[in-house]
Design a protein around this ligand. Sequence first.
Ligand SMILES: [Zn+2]
Length: 114
Amino acid sequence: MRQSLCCARRAELQISGMPWILTVEEPPAAYVHRYRGHVIERVLPLAEARRICAGMGAPADACAWTAKGVCHIVIPRNGPVRDLKTYHRHELAHCNGWDHAHGLAEVFRSFEAK
Ligand SMILES: [Zn+2]
């Protein structure tokens, strides 16, 4: 049984003056810690990561969900964000219960609710 489909982490386009920087939203410190359980992390080519995340209901480059107490994380190897650690922190935070209300996440939520 799938417990909760944690929202997907998407690369967000942020403007900090110029130039444009492609980054992943940093989770709050309270959710940045080890997951209490097994973590299955898959680093896949971008197209494959997108396909799996879409199949999980998350139209994004990376996603995470928990099932039977196991945290599943899918991270794109050659995505727009080079630093895989930021992807990892973000997705793991979702497994730890983080739920962010952010622009792109709102898109995901409405998608999930339909
Ligand atoms: Zn997210």
